[in-house]
Ligand binder design. Structure first.
Ligand SMILES: *[C@@H]1O[C@H](CO)[C@@H](O)[C@H](O)[C@H]1NC(C)=O
Ligand SMILES: *[C@@H]1O[C@H](CO)[C@@H](O)[C@H](O)[C@H]1NC(C)=O
Ligand SMILES: *[C@@H]1O[C@H](CO)[C@@H](O)[C@H](O)[C@H]1NC(C)=O
Length: 266
């Protein structure tokens, strides 16, 4: 799949919907704010750069996913004083807007490696972006680490759930774009966000990307949660021998082991 002109048109639409707004504090920081799709959001130069990077490099469905992840989370924070006191809005913005850098399917991608899991490609790419563009005085190791951890763990909520509130919440913001339970969002906010950034193409794009990654760099997918895409859809994909299971059971290979039977009541 390639980038189309739609990405450019989309970028223009996005920039015209942003209007300057007042300062706002979040997670003990004070940030300039703006409004996107009716949601009050952080508007630092770094966030503006992250938005421009995403809009210039990714397919429209994926740009919309990154924006919705950011905006769903921002809307939830705006409506919840507990979250507002815990969440660093700029960390949340960068962590959501850049979480899928590893999904870049272009052969010359500056982010996609040949051997690392895509979440790690994203974490490394986002950290590099922050180091190169973020003011040093504002981006200490702690904030950088929150972004790194959130992106690296964004496919594993069973772990991120027990991390720092900012890490947990970035993963929750992203998962709010997929079906399932998530933090409370006002119906009006939800409707405004999906009207400006329609969810069309997300599930197909996700499916296509995971199949691509299993085909393109299987070694980075064996024994991870995207392995099922390789098993189901990629010819010749064989995780056997690459899993922790195989190190514990080196002789259980081609033939499936006998499973313990569950007793079914008659
Ligand atoms: C606000 O957020 C906190 C922390 O995530 C959560 O425990 C609480 O249930 C939320 N409150 C409402 C009203 O959604
Ligand atoms: C996922 O991709 C596979 C392989 O291309 C395809 O057969 C399947 O229909 C796709 N599923 C969805 C939900 O797009
Ligand atoms: C696997 O098979 C080899 C060769 O038959 C044998 O020496 C080894 O003990 C087996 N390992 C296990 C864990 O069963």
């Amino acid at each position: 799949m390639k980038l189309s002109n739609a990405a450019l048109v989309f970028a223009l639409v996005v920039s015209t919907t942003a209007t300057p707004n007042k300062q706002c504090s979040g997670g003990h920081h004070t940030f300039p704010m703006t409004t996107v799709a009716g949601i009050k959001v952080v508007n630092t130069p770094l966030v503006q750069k992250a938005r421009a990077l995403v809009e210039a490099n990714f397919e429209p469905y994926l740009v919309r996913h990154m924006y919705r992840s950011w905006l769903f989370g921002a809307a939830a924070v705006n409506n919840n004083a507990t979250l507002a006191s815990q969440i660093d809005l700029e960390v949340q913005a960068i962590g959501t807007l850049l979480h899928d850098l590893g999904w870049d399917q272009r052969p010359d991608s500056p982010w996609r490696s040949s051997d690392r899991r895509f979440e790690i490609d994203g974490a490394i790419g986002a950290a590099k972006f922050i180091r190169e563009n973020g003011p040093k005085a504002e981006w200490d190791d702690v904030r950088l680490q929150l972004v790194w951890d959130a992106i690296s763990l964004h496919g594993t909520p069973s772990i991120s759930e027990y991390k720092q509130p900012n890490v947990k919440f970035i993963v929750e913001s992203i998962s709010m774009d997929y079906p399932g339970p998530h933090p409370a969002l006002k119906e009006e906010d939800f409707n405004n966000i999906v009207e400006a950034f329609p969810q069309e193409g997300l599930l197909e794009g996700t499916n296509d990307t995971f199949e691509f990654l299993c085909r393109e760099k299987p070694i980075a997918t064996y024994d991870t949660w995207i392995e099922p895409w390789g098993v189901a859809f990629v010819d010749g994909y064989n995780p056997v021998g690459h899993r922790l299971f195989d190190r514990v059971n080196p002789n259980v290979t081609s033939t499936p082991p006998k499973k313990r039977r569950f007793h079914t009541p008659h």
